[in-house]
Design a protein around this ligand. Structure first.
Ligand SMILES: Nc1ncnc2c1ncn2[C@@H]1O[C@H](COP(=O)(O)OP(=O)(O)OP(=O)(O)O)[C@@H](O)[C@H]1O
Ligand SMILES: [Mg+2]
Length: 322
């Protein structure tokens, strides 16, 4: 449904997107994951025909963004980083306006309006001024304008940015419901967002694709070896950091132990497990059986930066992921 080959986009001297290739199959929901400045928005703007590519090609439903922009636009619904809303319009008035712009026949407009207001759960604010809506409702109106002409492809640029936790959950559910009928690309810099919403992930950093995989594979790859923070009481005749470190190193399944610091009466360690080994129960036993007080034991989740390091062997992050 979407095919991007060797896509490059330069802004003056900045190479925002550098020789990017990927494909998205019909009905899939794909996460475009990358830190600030990675080139997510730029790629989406090329796909939606807002910007011409500097090199390479991008096709949507078989139509080229350069040669057949009208055919591409007809098949795409786009939610930009800031939705193009008119604060002085009422919700239904705005959606009718967008619907007419997108060429929905007059006779179908009322039915489409009912459908999208139902799907995006904005029925209760239909007659409100957009300027008076909360951020979450505005985002839903943004989604409604993206799907009103029932496009094959939805391009959603950071659809949950700036929402509160409840709105984030609702928006993710809404997006998941839209998948199947639509092929969806959404961008985010949050890994859990991809895990919870998408089937496939394309990771980009500094304009380059560093990994393309199913979310399941990626999660397994990243979860294979876990990092655990272990904190042991260091006051009242407690052990030296070195003694605890030695003990932790002897626990089965442990690959490496680092003594981070001794602060506020605690020795803090970071323990890396071997691939595929869940070491937390054994670590807890090891500390307690030695007669020491275990203050805290928790899995350390990988930051996006660490994920890039793992996936690229250090290359992508060498210059510092922003
Ligand atoms: N209009 C522009 N003119 C010049 N440089 C630009 C322009 N838009 C983006 N850039 C640059 O292109 C690079 C990619 O930007 P882009 O907005 O595509 O990243 P992004 O992945 O969407 O980031 P974010 O997560 O912050 O939205 C950045 O280095 C940015 O500074
Ligand atoms: Mg962006």
């Amino acid at each position: 449904m979407i095919k991007v080959e060797g896509l490059t986009k330069r802004y003056a001297r900045t190479v925002a997107v550098d020789n990017v290739s990927f494909e998205v199959q019909k009905g899939q929901i794909v996460g475009f994951l990358g830190p600030n400045g990675a080139g997510k928005t730029t790629t989406m703007r090329v796909l939606t025909c807002f910007l011409p590519p500097s090199a390479g090609t991008a096709q949507v439903a078989g139509y080229d963004v350069l040669n057949a922009p009208m055919d591409v636009k007809k098949r795409i619904g786009y939610l930009p980083e800031s939705p193009p809303l008119y604060p002085e319009m009422e919700v239904s008035e705005y959606l009718q306006f967008v619907g007419r712009l997108k060429g929905i026949p007059r006779g179908d407009l009322a039915r489409r309006l009912d459908e999208v207001t139902g799907r995006c759960a904005i029925g209760d604010v239909r007659n409100k001024l957009i300027g008076k809506l909360s951020k979450g409702y505005r985002q839903r109106v943004g989604l409604a304008q993206a799907i009103i002409h029932n496009p094959d492809v939805l391009i959603l640029d950071e659809p949950t940015a700036g929402l509160d936790p409840k709105q984030i959950i609702e928006t993710r559910q809404l997006i998941k419901h839209l998948a199947g009928d639509h092929t969806i690309i959404l961008s985010t810099h949050i890994l859990p967002e991809v895990e919870q919403t998408c089937e496939q992930v394309i990771i980009i950093s500094k304009g380059k694709v560093v990994a393309t995989d199913s979310v399941e594979n990626l999660t397994n790859r990243l979860r294979g070896a876990e990092t655990v923070a272990v904190e042991v009481e260091a006051s009242n005749g407690a052990p030296e950091a070195g003694a605890v470190l030695q003990r932790l190193e002897q626990v089965a399944g442990v690959a490496r132990v680092l003594h981070r610091e001794t602060k506020n009466g605690r020795h803090v360690f970071e323990v890396e497990s071997l691939q595929g080994q869940a070491v937390r129960p054994a670590l807890a036993r090891g500390v307690v059986e030695a007669g020491w007080n275990l203050v805290e034991l928790r899995a350390v989740s990988l930051s996006l930066e660490e994920i890039f390091l793992q996936l690229t062997g250090g290359d992508a992050a060498a210059g510092g992921v922003q």
